[in-house]
Write a new protein. Structure first.
Length: 587
């Protein structure tokens, strides 16, 4: 029983009883005396309260009222107690009394959806009433007529999964792999096939919305994923491609930017997408370099005022691009606009709040971080590409409002985890983890203060491997090198050189690649498969490394704005700086 709720309802019903007594006047003349009315708990209404939240990271639903009616009170003290579970129903407000009707109405509050998780939840509110009470913690005396009464509470928290999906949706020909399937109704699944080819082993059914499964080496093509021979509905496919053999080269910009705000490799279409920012951000530009037996001299280009960051949607059907105040969905092939959605002001920060970065989880939710013009923390938004809609996001805990300080966001190719690391704040704050499996935001036990040259920019975001099992992020806690690697539980793997200007992780999580822009400009490699622990340098890979670049992608202006990533095949490194893009063949 929730103590505050019990006190509130006790206070309400004792007051109701006393008001009812004083409102009973003399009878007027006429007949003889009659027996006093029998006190009765007539009703507790409504009989059922229905609450709902769209996802576990949604805002808790608004309170709903419950009304108790008690009649026939002519004297004495009425004791009334309410029992709640404390998790689904967390409290009851101070009630409003109506003496004329001998009724009292109070608001029922339910818990945060992040604390409960997806699925149906049910409980009951039980009201007991008596005219005498021996123990003042429950109605231990004789109950009045009609006591106790209950109101059922139904609370449904929706799944965060936006649509059927395979994550990652793309693999390389001749290479087996592991994918995560997202959807609904997976509990009975015992078999998975890819275009008629069975999985390597029986699938692991994690939940009703998630399956982990291995696929064999396949040739290039589109493979419809079938569950239980089609008995369980699923509408998503695995795409297998022949990876192009990219040679080491450089790609020029039409105009030299101030910094690079986003870099995406669209493996399905063999295209490199780059978000460039200029001193006058009204001139920001989105570029697309499409590989057709060679890279273009002049890329496709569209002007994009205040462009902040880019990412492909979960199945790469859309290119998501954020500006300060809106999300634009683009055709990733043509860069044509599909739709533009304005950012809401769910946290009431007004026009001073601007979007900074995004990362897409495998449930189809793109987490969008924000910044603030001035001094102040800001909120976190989720964006559904399938619904073209924003929603504010809240984390689990006693204080579910999610307010962050200039957070950056990063995830792996399978979108299982999105890491949110804050900057410009003291003391260091815990890394926030968004688990796509549960749809829940929660604080980790590792606190970092992101090392960044500018809190206004989405710089130095976490870099992950394909399976989201290892992460690199610059941090300024604990001394030593600010560049560290962490495992899936944010345990320290080891440190990278303090001279690091850019970083990426191989798809298999075995190596970290770094760029140093000193003379000579070099790509170095480090062993992530052999952890050395916090404060200790990772072992450097010397076979085939370092790779000396003929020309460097960046100079010392905003060096940490360098964006690096590795293609799914793991044989090509893309490095975008403020001078050029380097395509580097890896040994």
């Amino acid at each position: 029983m929730h103590r505050d709720a019990r006190r509130a309802f006790h206070r309400f019903l004792v007051l109701s009883a006393l008001l009812a007594v004083t409102s009973c006047g003399g009878g007027g003349g006429g007949g003889g005396s009659s027996a006093p009315p029998v006190p009765t708990l007539v009703s507790l209404s409504p009989s059922t309260l229905n609450f709902s939240a769209a996802t576990p990271s949604a805002r808790a639903p608004a309170s709903q009222n419950v009304t108790a009616t008690i009649t026939g009170i002519t004297g004495g003290t009425l004791y009334v107690f309410i029992a709640i579970d404390g998790a689904i129903v967390t409290s009851v407000s101070t009630p409003v009394i109506n003496p004329a009707t001998q009724q009292g109405t109070a608001a029922v509050n339910v818990g945060s959806p992040a604390n409960l998780g997806a699925g149906p939840h049910s409980t009951a509110i039980t009201v007991s009433a008596c005219l005498s009470n021996v123990v003042v913690t429950n109605c231990s005396g004789i109950h009045i007529a009609g006591s106790p009464k209950t109101t059922n509470v139904s609370y449904n928290v929706g799944s965060s999964v936006q649509a059927d999906a395979v994550a990652p949706y793309l693999g390389t020909s001749g290479v087996p792999g592991n994918v995560i399937l997202r959807g609904q109704g997976f509990t009975p699944v015992t078999s998975v096939s890819f275009g008629g080819t069975p999985s390597v082993a029986p699938p692991t059914v994690v939940s009703d919305t998630e399956i982990h499964v291995d696929y064999p080496a396949l040739t290039a093509g589109i493979y419809a994923v079938t569950l239980n021979g089609g008995a369980v509905a699923f509408n998503a496919s695995l795409r297998i491609i022949d990876a192009p053999a990219y040679a080491t080269t450089t790609l020029a910009y039409p105009s030299a930017p101030q910094l690079v705000r986003g870099l995406v490799y669209d493996a399905e279409r063999a295209a490199l997408l780059v978000a460039l920012s200029f001193a006058n951000t009204a001139n920001n530009t989105l570029l697309r370099y499409a590989y057709l037996s060679g890279w273009p001299v002049t890329p496709d280009s569209i002007p994009f005022a205040n462009l902040r960051d880019i990412a492909l949607s979960q199945n790469a059907a859309k290119l998501l691009a954020i500006s300060d105040a809106s999300m634009t969905e683009l055709n990733p092939s043509t860069l044509g606009t599909i739709t533009t959605v304005a950012k809401p002001d769910s946290f009431f920060f007004g026009a001073n709040e601007f979007m900074r970065g995004l990362a897409v989880a495998n449930d189809g939710i793109a987490l969008v971080t924000t910044g603030y013009n001035g001094s102040g923390d800001t909120g976190l938004y989720g964006y559904s590409a399938s619904q073209s809609a924003f929603s504010p996001m809240f984390q689990a805990g006693n204080n579910p409002l999610n307010v962050l300080s200039y957070a950056v966001a990063g995830t792996g190719a399978n979108g299982a985890t999105v890491a949110l690391v804050q900057s410009g704040v003291s003391p260091a704050q815990p890394i926030i983890r968004y688990s796509a499996s549960t749809g829940i935001l929660a604080a980790s036990n590792v606190a970092l203060n992101l090392s960044t040259p500018s809190v206004r920019e989405h710089i130095n975001a976490p870099a992950f491997d394909r399976a989201s099992s290892v992460m690199i992020v610059p941090q300024a806690v604990g001394g030593g090198s600010p560049y560290s690697a962490y495992d899936a539980n944010f345990g320290s793997v080891g440190d990278l050189p303090s001279t690091t200007a850019g970083y990426a992780v191989s798809p298999d999580g075995a190596r970290a690649y770094t760029l140093e822009i000193a003379s000579p400009c070099q790509v170095r490699a480090f062993d992530l498969a052999s952890p050395t622990g916090a404060g200790n340098p990772l072992t450097e890979v010397v076979t085939g490394f370092p790779i000396t670049l003929a020309s460097c992608p960046a100079n010392t202006a905003f060096p940490q704005s360098i964006k690096m990533l590795v293609n799914p095949a793991g044989d090509t490194l893309f490095i975008a700086g403020n001078l050029q893009i380097n395509v580097v063949q890896l040994p």
